[in-house]
Ligand binder design. Structure first.
Ligand code: FES
Length: 163
């Protein structure tokens, strides 16, 4: 065969050849589409963080007026109880110091439904297996007028925020 010459097939294209080409075109398009879908899905999987985070330890619990004087209001979602005296307020943990159940409010303070630990109004142990008192957390009045509790900052029992 002479060099530099283009070869043009003189064989006529049949319907079978056309169908094969269409099939191969469809197959390669399907492959491209599939790899695009896999690429997008895998990128989304990697973009979404795998780590899950619990609730923040510093959070707002509303305004002082939400807690009338002389009340104790349990916020189970935060595992604290807001104790409001006339002009002072505090945040006491409602996590039992025995095995971590949420204590409920009782006439005399707090009572744990799990193994019967009891605490007085200040969170001191008065009965049951709990090894230590309930924690008190720092509570501040934020510039926006809302109370902010910091569960990373334990304070001495009986330490209220003066309003
Ligand atoms: S967890 Fe509260 S008494 Fe055991």
């Amino acid at each position: 065969m002479p060099m530099g010459k283009n070869i043009i097939s003189t064989k006529p294209t049949t319907t079978e050849d056309t169908n094969r080409r269409k099939f191969l075109l469809w197959l390669s398009s399907l492959g491209l589409f599939g790899s695009a879908v896999i690429s997008v899905v895998s990128n989304l999987v990697f973009i979404k963080p795998r780590a899950t985070y619990g609730q923040p330890n510093r959070f707002s619990v509303g305004k002082p007026d939400d807690y009338p004087p002389g009340t104790r209001i349990a916020l189970d979602n935060h595992r604290i109880c807001i104790v409001r005296e006339e002009n002072k307020i505090a945040a006491v943990s409602t996590t039992c110091t025995h095995l971590g159940c949420i204590v409920g409010l009782s006439e005399t303070g707090f009572a744990c439904p799990c193994h019967g630990s009891r605490f007085d109004q200040d969170g001191n142990v008065t009965g049951g297996p709990a090894p230590k008192p309930l924690a008190w957390y720092k509570i501040n009045l934020a510039p926006n007028g809302e109370l902010e509790v910091d569960k990373d900052a334990e304070i001495n029992a009986g330490t209220y925020l003066n309003l």
